[in-house]
Design a protein around this ligand. Structure first.
Ligand code: AMP
Length: 194
């Protein structure tokens, strides 16, 4: 999951989707099959090209929860197609294209990161919060230690950028991460406005 306020505050530019500025919420970056040693496969099936007709019933939810922020402004298909072809095709035996996107959406709903953090008084107000307090709040709500990835804004502030949680091969249950990504966070991180 990704905080759009941090994506849009990095050196690379960001563009809102054609449907308008996304609501201030965490958004999905991707659902990524990983090996237990931290390595991961990619682009596993060149024959399984992204087919937008398979996700037509998820369109509204994808636009809201999985917006593309890269430039130029888009309708999301490019980003979703990238995620499916690079990552989704590697868990095709468990989740077909429709279920891949549906599972990611369900997981986001289940975790509800923003309300979890707000309950712990950690809010996207440009304030600085200890990394530890962010980890603890998510651990208390989900039962699992998340991986936190930070970016640096142009002023050099370490910002809350992405939150990793691991799921089992069915794509439905959160599990303990065998390996957490190294997140480049300072001990205190900014939670930027969006
Ligand atoms: P991945 O290839 O799935 O590891 O994701 C990395 C790619 O996704 C990079 O090209 C990023 O620039 C791109 N990316 C990350 N977040 C977003 C976003 N919110 N919208 C569009 N592209 C993104």
């Amino acid at each position: 999951m990704q905080w759009p306020g941090a994506y849009c505050d990095t050196k690379h530019s960001c563009c809102y989707p054609k449907t308008g500025k996304p609501t201030a919420d965490f958004s999905i970056h991707g659902l990524w099959p990983n090996h237990k040693d931290g390595s991961w496969p990619s682009n596993c099936d060149p024959d399984s090209v992204f087919d937008r007709s398979e996700i037509s019933n998820l369109m509204g939810s994808l636009q809201k929860n999985w917006p593309s922020l890269s430039c130029p402004s888009s309708n999301g298909f490019r980003f979703w197609s990238h995620e499916w072809e690079k990552h989704g095709t590697c868990s095709e035996s468990e989740l077909d294209q429709h279920d891949y996107f549906a599972s990611a959406l369900k997981l986001k709903e289940k975790v509800n990161l923003l309300s979890t953090l707000k309950k712990a008084e950690i809010e996207p107000d440009d304030g600085f919060y200890s990394l530890d307090s962010i980890v603890k709040a998510i651990e208390a709500a989900t039962g699992y230690v998340p991986g936190i990835e930070c970016n640096k804004d142009s002023a050099g502030n370490s910002q809350l950028y992405q939150v990793y949680l691991c799921v089992d091969t069915s794509g439905s249950d959160i599990i303990e991460c065998p390996i957490l990504p190294r997140g480049r966070c300072a001990s205190t991180v900014q939670f930027p406005k969006f």
